[in-house]
Design a protein around this ligand. Structure first.
Ligand SMILES: *[C@@H]1O[C@H](CO)[C@@H](O)[C@H](O)[C@H]1NC(C)=O
Ligand SMILES: *[C@@H]1O[C@H](CO)[C@@H](O)[C@H](O)[C@H]1NC(C)=O
Ligand SMILES: *[C@@H]1O[C@H](CO)[C@@H](O)[C@H](O)[C@H]1NC(C)=O
Length: 260
């Protein structure tokens, strides 16, 4: 795989057979969901995709941001949790997180500072009460993300193993048990439509194929042939976004799962 190409050539490229556009946005992480895209820079600034550029969202420095059916949420460098309400970041009390994902059907999930996966059944619906109670799950993890057909996690012990959470539903976000899935990944992002992408420690991007209601863990990881080291990827309604080396952001048109 050719991974070293001149970044100045990246204005508009076809990568892995898909048309892509690049932006010199210098982001460290981004998340797409519900038709919106938010990202954070190395220095902690938060950006919002307007349709043709990333605009600064003032008011709060963050280390991690997520957007989806559960709203816009952020995690600070000090692991404090925030939610964007109106145009203001409100501090959420009740737990400290290292990562969050708002992409599930109706609830927020994430990983707390004890490496436990957490979820919020409906605590976030009350806009006036900023105290929530996270449900925690067994095991030790670094990343957790949910979409249409369930929730996927990356473990911290053993490092970078992939797990699927069984029996997560709209009334019981904790689910019942972990099932090991093949693969060794550093991050997994599940699109709201159920499409699953993952990144490994070598910077390769994978898509999970064979996912269906009968087989929500799918069958194979297919490496996506992008000529860059990828740090982070997120997918929403036909658009794959990723952060590559040097903070360059790529936006690629990629057909979705067709899951309904
Ligand atoms: C983000 O951008 C969209 C599109 O321009 C806009 O509708 C939305 O209000 C923005 N949100 C914030 C928090 O800036
Ligand atoms: C969480 O996982 C990371 C990665 O494996 C590890 O470095 C860290 O020590 C863990 N933290 C806790 C509190 O277990
Ligand atoms: C992937 O994880 C499995 C289970 O922990 C381990 O046996 C295997 O060596 C790992 N592979 C790589 C390439 O790290």
């Amino acid at each position: 795989m050719l991974r070293f190409i001149c970044l100045s050539l990246l204005g508009a490229i076809v990568s892995a057979g898909h048309p892509c556009t690049s932006f010199p946005a210098s982001l460290m992480q981004l998340d797409a969901g519900s038709g919106m895209v938010f990202g954070v820079s190395e220095s902690g600034n938060v950006f919002n995709w307007t349709g043709n550029e990333f605009l600064l969202v003032p008011g709060q420095q963050l280390a991690h941001v997520t957007v989806g059916p559960a709203g816009v949420w952020g995690v600070g460098k000090d692991n404090v949790v925030y939610k964007l309400l109106g145009n203001q970041w409100k501090t959420i009390t009740g737990g400290t997180l290292i990562q969050a994902d708002a992409g599930g059907a109706i609830f927020l999930v994430g990983v707390n500072t004890n490496n436990k996966t957490v979820c919020l059944n409906n605590g976030f619906t009350t806009s006036r009460c900023m105290a929530v109670s996270f449900s925690t799950m067994e095991g030790s993890f670094i990343y957790y993300s949910c979409g249409l057909l369930g929730c996927w996690a990356v473990s911290s012990d053993p490092i970078n193993n992939v797990f699927y959470r069984e029996n997560v539903d709209q009334t019981a976000c904790q689910g019942s048990s972990w099932v090991r899935v093949d693969g060794n990944m550093t991050r997994i992002e599940v699109g709201t439509d159920g499409t699953v992408f993952a990144v490994d420690s070598e910077g390769y991007l994978y898509r999970r194929y064979g996912i269906s209601r009968d087989n929500p863990t799918g069958t194979t990881w297919d490496v996506q042939n992008y000529p860059l080291y990828i740090n982070h990827a997120t997918y929403d309604s036909g658009t794959l976004w990723f952060v590559a080396e040097n903070g360059v952001v790529l936006k690629c048109q990629v057909p979705g799962s067709g899951l309904v």
